[in-house]
Each structure stands twice: as C-alpha cells, then as structure tokens.
Write a protein that binds this ligand. Structure first.
Ligand code: FRU
Length: 472
C-alpha cells in the first residue's frame, strides 16, 4: 500500500488487502513451514468485482507478508472470476488449490464449475489443463449450476474429497460430496447434508474437521432467519457438531451453534496447525452494507478476523484468539483489584490494543465498557445482570452500519472474563474464554480513543490489563 493512502481505519494486526477489496479467506493452510492465507480479492477497486485470489504468508498468523496474486480470472473456465475454494498438500508435496471458476454459458449466465491449480513454490500457481475438474454435467439433479461453489478439499486415506456448497430445488442449502483417487477423475458421491427452512437458502463455504473426536461441519447459509439473539445478520455461519460417515458420504448432525454473535463474521475457513490446533479465520465484514474505508476514498475495504483457536468445551465450540498475538504486546498496563462504582476512564493513546478484564458482578445491575468514546460518539458493550446478556451497541459509533447484537452467558458463571481487541476499525470481544465472541467493524468518525469502564452498583474488577498491539 502506498504511503499516500489514508490509514485512519487500516488495521494494525488484522489482515487487510494491500489495496482494493477483500472478502472470504480461502486456501488457508500451513504448508512447508509457513501459513498461507489466500482471499477473495478485487485488486482494482475497493468493491467486489472480478474475483482473484490474493495471497499472504505468515510465520505466526499475526505478521502477514503480501505475496503476488495467486489466481487471476484469465482462463476460459474462470473468466468470470476465481471464487472461493481451499488448499491441500498433494502426495508429492506440492500445494494444490481447488476453486470455483465462473464460466458464462451460451446465454451469458454465470455457471459455476470447480477448477484446480498447483504450485511447487507456494507463490506461482499453474492452472490444470484438464480444468474444469468438476463440470456442469456432474451436478446431481436436485442442485443448480448457479449455486455450486466453494470446494473444500479433504485428503483421507489416499482419496481426495471435495465438499461443495449448493442449494436444492426447494430452496434449501446443501453440501455435495465428490471424490477422486488422483485429483483428475472426480465423481459425485452423495448429498452430505441438506438444510431445512430454518437454515437459510444457499450454503456457502463448507468446511469439515474434527475437534476432540467430534466431527464438525461448518457452513455459511445465505438468508438464515434470525433465532433470538442468533443469526441476525444478512447471512450467517453455523457449526454443526455430529458424526461424519465417510462410507455413506453423510453427516449426521447432533447440535447447531453460531460461532460469533456479532455483526461482521462470514465465510470462515479452518486450517490445522503443526501442533494440532484447529485455527479459524473469517471475513470480518458482511455483504450489502456500507464500507466506509471504500466510500471515503481510502482505496481498500475488507479485513479478516483474528485467527482463533477452536476447542470443544462441554459440547460447545469455543473460539480464542491465538496465543501468538501476545508476542506483539507493548506498553503493558496493569491495575490492582478494585471495586468499580460509577465509572473509570483509562488513558491511552492508541486505537490498537488488547484488554483483559476479570469481573465479579457482585451487586452491580449492569456494567460495561465504552470504546472509541468522545463527546459525539461511542461504542458500548453492556452486561445486564438480570438477563445475563452482553450487548454490543454501535448505534452511535460513527460511520458505517449501526445496530445492536446480544448474547447470553452461562447462568452458572460467577466471574466474567473478557478479552477484547480493538484495531482502528474493529472490535472483537471474547467472553469467558471463547464461549461467545462478538465481532464488529466500527468506524469512529472523529477519531476519539476514549475507553471507559462503568458499573451501576458495585462490581469487583479482579484483573485489568491493557497492552498496545502494533505489528509493523
Ligand atoms: C461467500 C461468497 C462465496 C463465493 C465468494 C465470491 O462470501 O459468496 O460463496 O465463492 O463469496 O467472492
């Protein structure tokens, strides 16, 4: 990004495009000693356009180096765009990516087909001359060729499987399963899972992995109807715990949960770390809203969430920020335990920080933290004891979309642990060590950095720590 770019909203420790537009993370993998994260990319303007695969590499998931564009929509079968997909390492050690090519048919309608490309150095990708790997004629009857995308490749005992997002003729989401012995010949195997009326229309960006012996299918349903505090965005993300039967090619779901309760979380993808951790990254934005960094002419839009480690606790999928972030802590501040009544303002100068706060609500009927506080605007996080709910309110945050999002915490919990990351135009609130997360883009108009803790009634702040986080 050139130095003349306006950096007002530019994240310091989240991946954002060097310029132009970014959406889904794709091809996320740890390969030959480094993390590779690709993303849906329109390099020429800060809005969605012909999709490329942007590419970044990292040793630690925090400091990212931008690499040359990996895929450009320049072939007959992907001339309309190189849509989302995934990566895996082939038997010979090379990096294989499978993605959706957008190929206009005779009437100019954008058919979706699956394509392969391969790289031996992790930088330059050669598209297969056998593309498309999975074409229109391989789509089963009850699925349509305009909703057939985002292949997730999984290698299992020498067989390559591809999970593909789809919708059926009844307007429900579904995941289709294909398999191949050699990445060349692909066959349709089964409908892995079909959604119902309460689970949205098209299922985008499927992913399947195992946590502590439990299989988890994750999809991003379009137009998922709200269910109380959950699924209040235009499009949502669901994680289904259950059992995958590879013989039958079916997933048997046992429970469903959101992975984030905020405004800006979509199309997540996971990758396995060499030490066995399952790491998730999502697009930290939402479709069809305003993107102030683009509207103001800053030349870029879109960012990724922090990388989050997934674990299973009492059947719940928890998401915690990766511990590598702590390597970038500077200027530590720490407070001794104290009783908070009314409010307390913390002085700090940066808008990129991590805050940890352990609270015993005691007799407090509500407490909270306000961020980006100034005379004209603020973003409020409020806990209400009676309902056990956290609410993030960005109605008075500044530019961009407003609204509130809520999540209830477990009734059994006596103290509340918060870990919060603010990065110029984002807030990520991790509650009770990842039991719930609220992610939001926030665009303070006047550049205020006020940070205030407050309580109605007394609460005990048992631990309070703050670090600046700057990743150059
Ligand atoms: C999800 C998605 C994918 C598609 C891509 C296009 O956000 O709609 O289904 O492949 O974005 O950029």
């Amino acid at each position: 990004m050139s130095d003349s770019f306006n950096r007002q909203y530019r994240p310091a420790f989240h991946l954002a495009p060097p310029q132009g537009w970014m959406n889904d993370p794709v091809g996320f993998i740890h390969w030959q000693g480094a993390w590779h994260l690709f993303y849906q990319y329109h390099p020429h303007a800060p809005h969605w356009g012909p999709m490329h695969w942007g590419h970044a590499r990292s040793a630690d998931l925090v400091h990212w180096e931008h690499l040359p564009i990996a895929l450009t929509p320049d072939s007959a079968w992907d001339q309309g765009g190189c849509f989302s997909g995934s990566a895996c390492e082939s038997a010979d050690g090379s990096l294989i990516v499978m993605y959706t090519g957008i190929m206009p048919d005779a009437e100019g309608k954008p058919n979706q087909i699956q394509c392969l490309a391969r790289s031996s150095d992790g930088i330059r990708f050669d598209k297969s001359h056998l593309n498309p790997a999975i074409g229109k004629h391989q789509i089963p009857e009850d699925a349509n060729s305009f909703n057939f995308r985002d292949p997730r490749v999984i290698l299992r005992s020498g067989t390559a499987y591809a999970l593909i997002g789809s919708s059926d003729s009844a307007g429900h989401g579904q995941v289709l399963l294909y398999h191949s012995p050699d990445f060349i010949t692909w066959k349709f195997k089964s409908v892995l899972l079909k959604g119902n009326d309460s689970q949205g229309t098209m299922w985008e960006c499927p992913d399947l992995f195992t946590l502590d012996g439990t299989d988890i299918l994750m999809v991003s349903p379009q137009y998922m109807p709200p269910d109380g505090d959950a699924y209040n965005n235009l499009h949502s993300v669901i994680a289904l715990t259950g059992t995958m039967n590879w013989e039958q090619g079916c997933f048997h779901p046992a429970s469903q949960q959101p992975l984030d309760w905020g405004f800006d979380f979509y199309a997540p993808q996971t990758a396995l770390a060499p030490d066995g951790r399952r790491i998730l990254i999502a697009w930290m934005d939402m479709w069809e809203q305003s993107y102030p960094s683009a509207d103001l002419g800053h030349g870029w839009a879109g960012a990724m969430t922090l990388p989050r480690e997934l674990t299973l606790r009492n059947g719940r999928i928890c998401s915690q920020p990766v511990q590598e972030l702590s390597h970038y802590h500077t200027n530590p501040q720490e407070w001794k335990p104290f009783i908070l009544k009314d409010s307390m303002t913390i002085n700090h100068s940066l808008s990129c920080f991590e805050l940890i706060c352990d609270i015993d609500p005691l007799s407090s009927s509500s407490f909270g933290i306000t961020f980006f506080t100034g005379s004209k605007e603020e973003t409020r996080l409020t806990f209400t004891a009676e309902t056990l709910r956290f609410m993030l309110d960005r109605s008075d945050s500044g530019l961009g979309s407003g609204g509130v999002r809520q999540v209830a915490i477990d009734p059994g919990c006596e103290t509340i642990h918060l870990q919060i990351f603010m990065d110029r135009s984002s807030l990520e609130v991790f509650i009770n060590r990842g039991e719930a997360v609220i992610s939001a883009r926030v665009y303070p108009k006047y550049g205020h950095n006020g940070l205030t803790l407050w309580s109605q009634g007394n609460c005990v702040i048992m631990e309070l720590k703050l670090w600046d986080l700057e990743v150059s």
